[in-house]
Design a protein around this ligand. Structure first.
Ligand SMILES: C[S@@+](CC[C@H](N)C(=O)[O-])C[C@H]1O[C@@H](n2cnc3c(N)ncnc32)[C@H](O)[C@@H]1O
Length: 211
């Protein structure tokens, strides 16, 4: 039976790839993923690169190829189930009639887990939120003052997110950690305040923790 594997590849460095992710990818007929995801594997038979603009089209293609009988791997950075491709891909698979039994999810280490670990934070005692590619920024106001740290995948601009919180009466002196490019050689964690974040420039590839 052909399968569509949705494979979590971890935060980006090879060090965080699981053995099962490597084995699954190496055995697949075709691997579909972003260039940064494809590049961390050494032995891929055939690959198709996707980017933000053609994401839906390539996810549809992955389902079509699986229906045709190929073993397909779709790569998701971090874990596929946290702001990853699991949700959109499951929807497309359902629409196209690919049975759930033909889909297997291989979990990966999420950027959220690595950010929590770097900050010695137990993430079962944190608010976990994602604003990646969404318009739900107001949701953070429901939890930001509930006494727990908030771990968030920010919206496009971390600066604007900090401004939004300050404009909504969150204390500008709240402690914040911005964890950039986790697992890469140039990984950096900046410990600062909300006020400083609202004035600074940070890369899009970061996890924000508001303590
Ligand atoms: C489409 S979401 C994917 C999240 C992924 N599924 C996960 O579990 O980490 C992409 C966002 O995840 C965060 N992210 C992914 N990899 C990261 C890394 N190596 N370092 C910091 N943040 C990362 C960034 O906020 C980025 O904009």
């Amino acid at each position: 039976m052909s399968k569509l594997y949705i494979v979590g590849i971890g935060p980006g460095s090879k060090d965080y790839l699981t053995k099962i992710a490597i084995d699954t990818v190496e055995n697949a007929d075709i691997v579909i993923g972003s260039k940064r995801a494809i590049d961390i594997f050494d032995n891929i038979k055939e690959s198709i690169i996707l980017n933000v603009k053609d994401l839906s089209e390539k996810l549809e293609l992955s389902v079509d190829l699986a229906i045709e009988g190929k073993n397909i791997c779709v790569l998701s950075t971090g874990d596929p189930g946290f702001s990853g491709v699991l949700k959109p891909l499951s929807k497309i698979a359902k629409e196209k009639g690919l049975d759930l039994e033909n889909i297997e999810v291989i979990p990966g280490i999420s950027s959220l887990q690595l950010a929590a670990a770097k900050n010695k934070l137990s993430w079962d005692e944190a608010n976990i939120m994602t604003f990646h590619g969404r318009e739900n920024i107001e949701d953070i106001l429901k939890v930001i003052n509930n006494g727990l740290a908030t771990i968030a995948l920010p919206s496009k601009s971390v600066k604007d997110m900090a401004k939004f919180l300050i404009d909504n009466e969150v204390d500008p002196q709240r402690k914040v950690a911005i964890c950039e490019r986790l697992s890469y050689d140039d990984e950096k964690t900046i410990k600062t305040t909300l006020d400083e974040v609202s004035k600074g420039d940070f890369t899009y590839m970061c996890v924000m923790i508001i303590f």
